[in-house]
Design a protein around this ligand. Structure first.
Ligand SMILES: [Zn+2]
Length: 92
């Protein structure tokens, strides 16, 4: 299993990220935050990490296993920019 650093998709807030990136969720109606959406770089499926732990440096545990049934993307992920996302003001 490989280690992957994913860039943050900063175009969107509370929306699905582009494949191979992640988007920040401070909170939403359906997901307890702060957490993230991650877009699978292989099949494009987006999944939220509400059932994963994200440490202060953006390291996600346990490893990510794409929820799409026939997709084999399964990696250890670090979210680039996670610490910054936690402290910035989002939205208005
Ligand atoms: Zn996938």
């Amino acid at each position: 299993m490989s280690d992957v650093r994913l860039p943050r998709d900063v175009r969107l807030v509370h929306a699905w990220p582009a494949p191979g990136s992640w988007a920040f969720i401070r909170k939403s109606d359906k997901v307890a935050g702060p957490t993230a959406w991650v877009g699978c770089p292989e099949c494009g499926q987006a999944a939220n990490l509400s059932d994963h732990a994200i440490d202060a440096l953006g390291r996600v545990t346990p490893s990510l296993d794409c929820p799409t049934g026939d997709c084999t993307w399964h990696v250890h992920v670090t979210l680039d920019g996670w610490a910054q996302a936690l402290v910035e003001k989002v939205g208005t």
